[in-house]
Design a protein around this ligand. Structure first.
Ligand code: BEZ
Ligand code: FE
Length: 300
């Protein structure tokens, strides 16, 4: 933290003393982690207020913004997560919690559209029925970072349709474009869906107002979400991104990683994987996943 050069020595000493008093107020907490977290939070927060010389009006504006963020949040809409996402806080949390394995598939942001009880499907099933968009076959394998195939890994997938909407964003109880499947003995999984499209994050609330005020777009590049878990491995939360998407360089939640961009190949009508008859063009992609074994974690 750097003290503003124009702040009088009297104010500098008052401000420094206040920070120390507030930090000290947490010093007797029996919870060591809480002490560490609150002491750092107070120092950074006070440092931020001092660095930008926050005005009372700006503080009131910030409180009003957070109040609106709270008011719009309910069990369907989580504006605080969106705020964390557009500030890069979600991706920074992902970064500091990534397994220290350069061979493991990279993680990215979870997002608000996961549903816990998605239907369990068999490999080869179609979860794109009733969805708008070009049929798309997704296949892949799950391995350990040491190269061993992982059979029975749980692979949860969810994605938006060609209009850029998740099933849960439509009126009525609709489940589509999401599923839970398991790798076979060869560590393989595959399913049919529709090719996802780029879409804006919900931007009709305070986070949207912040983006608009900053001249930022609410768009995310087209992607499919994956959550992959298996006993003995770190759970992987990630996406694949559609190569060539115009928003890859401007993801409003900073979730894109080069290693997660994959080609989606377009095919002429005909017979596709699993003998599926296609009367329209269709696409296919593949995603080979590497999970980090928990046993490889450094011992603290
Ligand atoms: C998503 O990819 O589903 C998402 C992530 C962050 C904010 C909004 C949506
Ligand atoms: Fe998404």
């Amino acid at each position: 933290m750097s003290d503003n050069a124009e702040v009088s020595p009297v104010n500098v000493s008052r401000e420094t003393e206040l920070t120390e008093r507030v930090v000290a107020s947490f010093a007797n907490s029996p919870n060591t982690r809480l002490r560490v977290v609150m002491s750092s939070l107070v120092r950074h927060l006070h440092g931020f207020i001092r660095e930008i010389r926050l005005s009372q009006t700006e503080w009131d504006t910030a409180i009003a913004f957070l109040t609106r963020t709270g008011h719009i949040t309910d069990e369907h809409r989580q504006e605080f997560i969106l705020l964390s996402d557009v500030l890069g806080a979600s991706m920074m949390t992902v970064a500091v919690n990534s397994p220290p394995h350069s061979e493991a598939t990279e993680s990215t942001v979870f997002g608000p559209f996961f549903v816990d009880d998605a239907p369990t499907i068999m490999n080869g099933d179609d979860i794109g029925q009733g969805m708008v968009g070009r049929p798309c076959h997704v296949r892949g394998t799950v391995r350990s970072t040491n190269g061993d195939l992982v059979a029975g890994a749980r692979v949860e997938v969810w994605a938006a349709d060609d209009d850029g909407f998740y099933d849960v964003q439509y009126e009525g109880a609709r489940l589509a474009g999401r599923a839970r499947l398991h790798t076979d003995l060869a560590g393989h999984f595959d399913y049919w869906t529709v090719q996802p499209a780029a879409y804006p994050i919900p931007h009709d609330g305070p986070v949207g107002q912040l983006l608009a005020a900053a001249g930022r777009s609410p768009m995310r590049p087209a992607h499919i979400h994956f959550m992959v878990s298996a006993p003995g491995y770190h759970t992987l939360i990630t996406h694949i991104f559609v190569e060539g998407d115009e928003w890859l360089g401007h993801d409003t939640v900073f979730g894109v990683k080069e290693s997660l961009i994959v080609p989606f190949t377009v095919h002429e009508p005909g017979t596709g994987p699993r003998g599926k008859l296609l009367r329209e063009t269709w696409s296919s992609t593949s995603f080979d996943i590497s999970l980090a074994p928990v046993s490889d974690d450094p011992v603290n």
